[in-house]
Design a protein around this ligand. Structure first.
Ligand SMILES: Cc1cc2nc3c(=O)[nH]c(=O)nc-3n(C[C@H](O)[C@H](O)[C@H](O)COP(=O)(O)OP(=O)(O)OC[C@H]3O[C@@H](n4cnc5c(N)ncnc54)[C@H](O)[C@@H]3O)c2cc1C
Length: 477
């Protein structure tokens, strides 16, 4: 064998070992339940797959990761079977790697940047990350010991990934952290949004338990601005972090959206995916129905797949741009296709049709074509003349995305500056215009990704700690 292609050298393992994915349940089986569709690699496979990494000196995967995860380093440890060490390194830059590994659109982040894309398939980074972190949980490798108290208190508003990550960082620095969550079920969109077939609810509950063991207190069913004022939180805490997300659903904005049989995506996903007495939403019956989902993002993909699991006769996505310009994850698109979802690209819904009783009967659409790119670089769709047609459907799910919920007026919140669409304006430490009040996640960015919420939260926690350094020094004296 030529020394240039020695299979024991990790530099060439990629050319000898094909990329594989962890076992995935057959579509016919998985549409019958709401459980996760992937399982874990076995130890031999994860070592092999991790060994495909060529250990680039300027790792593009790490640069493409919003958390700058030390990917090649933990891949090297995983390749050697040092799973606990690999997991510890992955936890050093991420507060929820077992969650990010399940829901990150890796094909657009780390795996999309992997240098192997030039010659072969990228390293299965997400699946290795999931394996090492599940291994650590299963083998007692995740420490939950509370840090020594530093004497200061932090309030976190919202228990989504931004709130969880900020709480975790601050608790590990010794702050007494209280998370205020308006709902009774903590986890934000990780629980009340992302379906269980992508992220099992028990995985989020395990992470929340871990935070509680680290000393984080959760006050559930408490809405800041309604039950407790921001002014009071600021009086009683040394720092405040706003991680209250952006969950105001965008409307369809077309005639007929008030017909019976039109529902918003988020309540539909929660009602079908969250099996808890703490959630009390009116049931939306899809069994035997023809369902149309409006939109092309992750939420739309999740609605299609949820509708099929809930017994829909058919589920079709109506999206005005083409596949290349669709914002939803490619992995989840293919999973949806396998499960029987249909996609009509370049199709713009212009009206929802109903009968004399005001019940949905269809969606009027026009065919679209893509014109020149707009300011954001995306091609602007325009209607094809005389292309109108009616798609017969029984239920319409609107998945056009979300806006931040406006702050209550006449409160201290009004001192916080927001941009033209309501996103909170922050400085590079994630501090808002109100001193001592920090923010991150969807409340700042608008609908984004879990990994971005975690990054903002880590930056905010570091900013809070820096800002409170003089106070900490005074407390220590
Ligand atoms: C259906 C769906 C699917 C998605 N799929 C993916 C995916 O596959 N991968 C991915 O990376 N991202 C996905 N996302 C996006 C991701 O979930 C969000 O970007 C992320 O959850 C934002 O985190 P956050 O903590 O900023 O906000 P959220 O997760 O929205 O959490 C905010 C929390 O604050 C609480 N809250 C709000 N107001 C108050 C108040 N006044 N007082 C107290 N509590 C309050 C809310 O109840 C909520 O629990 C998806 C989103 C949706 C809707």
């Amino acid at each position: 064998m030529s020394s240039a292609k020695n299979p024991t050298s990790s530099k060439y393992a990629w050319s000898l070992i094909a990329r594989t994915a962890p076992p995935k349940r057959a579509a016919a089986e998985r549409v019958g339940d709401f459980h996760e569709i992937y399982s874990e690699f076995d130890e031999a496979t994860v070592r092999e797959q991790a060994s495909r990494c060529i250990q680039c000196p300027n790792a593009l995967c790490a640069q493409a990761c919003p958390l700058s995860n030390r990917i090649p380093e933990w891949l090297a440890l995983a390749a050697q079977g040092q799973f606990l060490e690999a997991a510890a390194l992955s936890r050093s830059t991420s507060n929820m790697p077992e969650i990010c590994s399940r829901v990150c659109p890796q094909e657009r982040l780390c795996e999309g940047a992997c240098i192997l894309n030039c010659k072969s398939d990228p390293v299965a980074i997400g699946s290795v990350e999931r394996f090492i972190n599940e291994y650590a949980f299963a083998h007692g490798g995740v420490d939950a010991t509370p840090a020594a108290p530093n004497g200061l208190r932090a309030a976190i508003i919202g228990s989504g990934p931004a709130g969880m990550a900020c709480a975790d960082e601050l608790a590990q620095l010794g702050y007494a952290v209280t998370v205020f969550e308006s709902l009774l079920l903590p986890g934000g969109l990780l629980v009340n949004g992302i379906p269980a077939f992508k992220l099992e609810k028990s995985i989020v509950a395990r992470r929340i338990d871990l935070l509680a063991k680290r000393g984080v207190e959760f006050k559930l069913g408490v809405a800041i601005g309604r039950d407790v004022s921001l002014a009071e939180l600021r009086r009683t805490h040394d720092a405040v972090f706003l991680g209250h997300g952006a969950q105001k659903s965008k409307t369809a904005g077309v005639p007929g959206e008030n017909f019976c049989g039109v529902a918003q995506a988020l309540p539909f996903l929660i009602e079908k995916n969250v099996d808890s007495p703490l959630v009390d939403l009116p049931p939306i019956d899809v069994a035997g129905k023809r369902v149309a989902v409006l939109g092309g993002g992750d939420t739309a993909m999740d609605c299609l797949r949820t509708a099929l699991r809930a017994g829909a006769q058919s589920a079709v996505c109506l999206y005005r741009r083409d596949f290349a310009n669709m914002p939803g994850s490619r992995k989840e698109y293919y999973n949806a296709l396998e499960e029987g979802a249909e996609f009509q690209f370049l199709t713009n819904p212009v009206a929802i049709l109903g009968d004399d009783h005001g019940t949905v009967t269809g969606v009027r659409c026009v065919r679209m074509e893509l014109g020149a790119p707009d300011a954001s670089g995306r091609s602007k769709p325009r209607a094809v003349p005389d292309s109108e047609f009616d798609a017969p459907v029984d239920l319409v799910l609107v998945a056009y995305g979300f806006d931040p919920v406006a702050f209550p007026e006449d409160s201290e919140f009004s001192a916080i500056k927001v941009n033209e669409w309501g996103g909170i304006i922050v400085d590079r430490n994630q501090m808002t215009s109100l001193p001592g009040v920090f923010a991150g996640g969807d409340s700042v960015r608008g609908p984004s990704l879990v990994v971005h919420a975690v990054r903002d939260a880590r930056r905010a926690a570091a900013g809070i700690h820096r800002q409170l350094a003089p106070k900490l020094a005074a407390v220590a004296v």
